[in-house]
Ligand binder design. Sequence first.
Ligand code: OMP
Length: 281
Amino acid sequence: MRFFDRLAERIDAVDSVVSVGLDPDPDRLPESVADADLPRFQFNRRIIDATHEHAACYKPNAAFYEGPDGWAALEETIAYAHGKGVPVLLDAKRGDIGNTARQYASALDPDGLDADAITVNPYLGRDSLEPFLQREDNGVFVLGRTSNPGGADLQDLELATGEPLYERVAALADLWNDNDNVGLVVGATNLDELQSIREAVPDLPFLVPGVGAQGGDAEAAVEHGLVEWDGPEASGLDVGLVNSSRGIIFAGEEARGDADAYFGAAGQAARQLAARLEQFR
Ligand SMILES: O=C(O)c1cc(=O)[nH]c(=O)n1[C@@H]1O[C@H](COP(=O)(O)O)[C@@H](O)[C@H]1O
């Protein structure tokens, strides 16, 4: 089944468009997991237990799995999320020349990390993304307009045609969508850009990061991020994702010494965000 069909069904089943970001910063892990084998996985396991009923997907950011045992923690995390029936979007922001890109894309293989979808960087052009785009059952989220302040440095540059570069990227992503597997990453912190990209590409689902810790606009994220899915299996359902990472996984930080309270707070934060976003759907 294609990624966006699976995602639309998941969103429908849990009434949530929340992507829970699994970014287990080693400096912020509570004592209850810090001394365990694979602490990052043990942390994620507890987070997944607490949040899965409100999660449309999990988004582990590959940066947080660098270093010894990082890949093992990521592999275990993805398998554990799948065990709860939740798709996984690997946030790796890949993009490189063809033979390198093919290796990066193996993260989507069932005998690789088995991620359901991945984020990619469009700046090396179509051929660098081909190994991802060809995988009909996997989602490919192209960075459109990022949420960080420096995103403007390049992405807002005006082209000779008068359009900003991010709009050209969005149009290209639409063009690359032969397999109905392309989405766009557009931050919730830049409302004008969010709106204008939605107008430029009315049919692509967005991953909208930046709500929560970065202070982005949840209502605009839902209004512009979701589209009615017109796929072969889950047609007519909403599809799109609004991500929060630190705002959910570290919501219990004041209860660091009490594991149940700590992870309970993450569950509550995921539930509250899901309910808040549902108001705007
Ligand atoms: O691709 C992303 O997910 C992404 C794109 C973007 O423009 N901004 C952005 O914050 N992200 C990621 O989304 C997550 C946001 O984390 P929080 O700010 O903790 O919610 C991190 O993993 C970021 O790397």
